[in-house]
Design a protein around this ligand. Structure first.
Ligand code: 6GU
Length: 240
């Protein structure tokens, strides 16, 4: 997969080349290119923003600069363009899986009060464009949101994770949060590992893990439980 990121803070994205995804890049599973938006400015101040029509606080990113940047970065086979914004649709694990099937993703990081909407409307005539939020809080810019999304997508690419089963057993893969995990020693600060996990009874272990997942989801994310199709819960689940 090829990922391009356009930003006014290219160095901010450097951590993506580090420990977690660095190996995927070295092995050619992921091709990551970060572009400085100011490359597409012409004025001596390399200005990328201006005051909003209609008044109000903050600044809006200029359409000319973004238009030329996206023309160049999105040239060729049209990529899927992702624009991080707190006003976007929520990013989910299902979207991470969908993005992981694309051959090309382009992320356009806005700062200030966002990008002139005509940039998004214009790009939408040539490619699929998603305005996406990573949660109900406001960040200073899209860079951290892009790091979140790239990491969520990249770990799903074939060969990136050491053990592909880890992605299959993720929280959300069955609509539930993952329950607790334990490793040695058997007793630590007077706390014992749950007996069933040491029983060797794999049917009992699966049942226990599912019960733990349901109890945790009920306590922390009742919205997820309510969204499960009723037939995905068995009799034992429903008794909890
Ligand atoms: Cl994608 N961008 C910004 N700036 N703030 C956010 C966000 C994105 N998602 C949640 N808050």
């Amino acid at each position: 997969m090829r990922i391009d990121i356009v930003t006014i803070f290219p160095e901010y994205l450097d951590p993506l080349r580090g420990a977690l995804l660095g190996r995927a890049i070295e092995r050619g599973l992921l091709n990551l290119d970060v572009h400085d938006l100011r490359r597409w400015t012409y004025d001596v101040h390399k200005g990328v923003d201006d005051s909003p029509y209609g008044g109000g606080p903050g600044m809006v990113m200029k359409p000319q600069v973004w238009g030329e940047a996206l023309d160049e970065v999105c040239a060729g086979e049209p990529p899927r363009l992702v624009v991080p914004t707190p006003a976007g649709r929520p990013f989910t694990q299902a979207m991470a899986h969908e993005y992981a099937t694309e051959s090309r993703l382009v992320f356009a990081c806005g700062r200030y009060e966002g990008i002139d909407q005509r940039v998004i409307d214009d790009a939408s005539t040539r490619m699929r464009v998603d305005e996406v939020s990573i949660g109900d809080y406001v960040l200073v810019g899209g860079e951290v949101a892009v790091m979140v999304m790239v990491e969520a997508v990249a770990r799903l690419l074939p060969g990136v994770l050491g053990n592909p089963l880890s992605a299959e057993q993720d929280s959300f893969s069955d609509g539930l949060l993952e329950g607790p995990s334990y490793t040695r020693p058997e007793v630590w600060r007077d706390r014992a590992v749950p007996e069933v996990l040491r029983s060797g009874n794999h049917k009992a272990i699966d049942r226990w893990r599912r019960d733990q997942a349901i109890e945790r989801t009920f306590a922390r994310r009742p919205d997820l439980l309510a969204a499960l199709p009723p037939e995905s819960l068995d009799k034992h689940d429903r008794a909890l």
